[in-house]
Design a protein around this ligand. Structure first.
Ligand SMILES: [Zn+2]
Length: 344
């Protein structure tokens, strides 16, 4: 290659490099425009949440954060607080979707903006929140820390567990609402532990297992589902569940671990007092994420008048709630027992 050819070749490379850098710049401007909260335009209040919020477009709270597909989450198919216990096969990390500029973004109104309007309300008029702590029964630490939360917080206890009965008895002493956290078959084949309900069971066996679960814990006022992403989509199984709990005048809370759950609808059909979960607090066990979820609970309560959260007896959740629930006055909401929100 002579000097002229060499210069030509060099020039061609420069042209290609220049072209690529222009393409990169245009892409970067596009991405940044979507990544900049100021480009969102006027604040769009999230649609009234009647069920769980599940699309990435609806869960964005903080700019430049990761979208987490199930923060709100369809998956409560969690490991119990004690990882050594037989239920679950380890902590399920939520499926994290990296930031993409192609998601439509909806910015929720920060609680402070909603709350200002509510300052004049009397305590009785304040939006109500209710919290259930799931997965109790496997260890002493979970029992003690959850029993130290305000008595309005309900406890959902797994049947036939080492500390289940003791947790239920102490809960009765405190006049606290307790639920049977009924283990139901999930789509991931995670172990349910004792008292599990499976779609393959016949009616007699199914109802007998559920009745035994209920009988194993004193003072139960209602039922919610542990896992259940498969079973709660099964109309026949939910029909049997509602027949059993209807006979005992218990209430039912759909934990909503599947978008296709028919549990709530089936409970209504059986004229059972029922409601469903709005927010999971701790699918990600960090104070920052728990705070985000808690603020979302407050936001939904201000939008809809009430909202329900489910958490777990993780040290992070217990530490956060004991601090946060000690003073709710600044958030202008009222913590109420779960049985006050039936049929809302
Ligand atoms: Zn559970």
């Amino acid at each position: 290659m002579n000097r002229t050819e060499s210069l030509k070749s060099c020039y061609r490379y420069k042209v290609v490099a220049l072209f690529l850098s222009v393409v990169a710049s245009v892409y970067s401007v596009f991405v940044n425009a979507h990544d900049d909260a100021s480009s969102l335009g006027p604040i769009v209040t999230a649609p009234k949440a009647t069920t769980s919020i599940s699309s990435p477009a609806e869960i964005d709270w903080l700019p430049n954060d990761l979208y987490v597909s199930n923060v709100d989450g369809l998956f409560d198919e969690e490991a119990p607080a004690d990882a050594s216990s037989p239920v679950g096969s380890g902590s399920l990390e939520p499926f994290i979707v990296p930031f993409s500029p192609f998601y439509q973004r909806v910015r929720l109104t920060p609680p402070s903006e909603v709350i200002r309007k509510d300052k004049v309300k009397s305590r009785e008029q304040l939006p109500r929140i209710s919290i259930i702590i799931d997965d109790l029964g496997y260890n002493r630490r979970g029992m003690e820390s959850s029993l130290n939360l305000p008595v309005e917080v309900a406890l959902a206890i797994l049947p036939h567990t080492p500390f289940g009965k003791k947790t239920a008895l102490k809960s009765i002493e405190q006049n606290r609402v307790t639920l049977l956290h009924a283990p139901m078959e999930n789509q991931r084949e995670l172990k349910l532990g004792p008292g599990g309900l499976y779609a393959s069971m016949g009616e007699e066996e199914f109802k007998s297992v559920l009745r035994d679960d209920l009988a194993s814990l004193p003072g139960i006022k209602g039922v919610n589902n542990h896992m259940g992403s498969l079973l709660t989509t099964d109309s026949q199984a939910m029909n049997w569940v509602m027949q059993v709990i209807g006979d005992r005048s218990l209430f039912f809370v759909d934990s909503v671990t599947s978008a296709d759950s028919v549990a709530y609808t089936m409970a209504l059909r059986h004229s059972i007092n029922t409601t469903k979960r709005d927010v999971f607090l701790d699918n990600i066990r960090s104070e920052k994420k728990i705070e985000q979820q808690f603020l979302k609970l407050i936001q939904l309560a201000h939008q809809n008048g009430h909202a329900i959260a489910i958490g777990h007896p993780y040290p992070e959740t217990m530490a956060y709630l004991s601090k946060r629930l000690a003073d709710l006055s600044k958030l202008s909401v009222r913590l109420v027992p779960i049985d006050e929100l039936m049929g809302q």
